[in-house]
Design a protein around this ligand. Structure first.
Ligand code: 5GP
Ligand code: MG
Ligand code: MG
Length: 189
């Protein structure tokens, strides 16, 4: 594991992200929606740095069904707040292909939001699959698989206070351990 961003760098980045968001909304009330589960650590830090009146909601999206390759996107809106006529800010961990943001933006628009913007901790330097782009980004990172500060590999590592690159040999080793412990059921993934 190689540390890409340490605790201090992450907090500085989130502080700058919050400043840009504050500047954009100019004190207008905001509904912030955390994209679970990857945004959990960012979200806790970010909302405490924002100064406008806030409502807080969550939505769940998962495309990494236990690995590093993106699978089909599953979205759960059961815990989403009423968004009718609201200014909404989606908060997510990382902008990769962009398919998650495209899908969630449409869901928020369909719920009658007055505006939808997005804030991401990370944006991968790669070709994105969709035309949509995040409005606020804290860090641009190389196209590598990263974990920590909310981001997982097979639901592990979210609690690391830093962001690290998980190397291919580590991914392979973890996969073997997992495979040995629990055979993957194709019905369940
Ligand atoms: P997108 O739909 O933009 O391809 O993917 C967004 C989601 O994929 C992120 O919210 C995150 O859950 C997952 N993801 C993409 N890249 C990485 C990565 O490098 N590390 C981890 N842990 N998750 C990633
Ligand atoms: Mg995610
Ligand atoms: Mg994940």
């Amino acid at each position: 594991m190689r540390v890409l961003l340490n605790e201090t760098q992450l907090l500085d980045g989130v502080r700058q992200l919050a400043a840009k968001i504050d500047e954009h909304y100019q004190g207008r009330p905001l509904t912030v929606v955390a994209v679970m589960t990857g945004s959990v650590v960012l979200f806790a830090d970010l909302i405490r740095m924002l100064s406008m009146p806030l409502r807080v909601g969550v939505i769940q999206a998962s495309s990494y069904r236990g690995g590093v390759k993106a699978g089909e996107l599953a979205v759960d809106t059961d815990m989403l707040l009423d968004l009718q006529g609201r200014d909404v800010l989606l908060v997510d961990d990382i902008f990769d292909t962009g398919r998650t943001l495209e899908r969630l933006t449409k869901i928020v628009q369909d719920r009658g939001a007055q505006s939808v913007q997005s804030a991401m901790l990370l944006r991968k330097q790669r070709t994105h699959d969709v035309p949509i782009r995040p409005d606020f980004v804290a860090f641009e990172i190389p196209d590598e698989f990263v974990v920590g500060y909310g981001l997982d590999y097979r639901d592990m590592y979210r609690n690391l206070p830093y962001l690290a690159i998980l190397d291919e040999d580590e991914i392979a080793r973890t996969s073997e351990t997992h495979a040995a412990a629990k055979p993957i059921d194709p019905q369940a993934v």
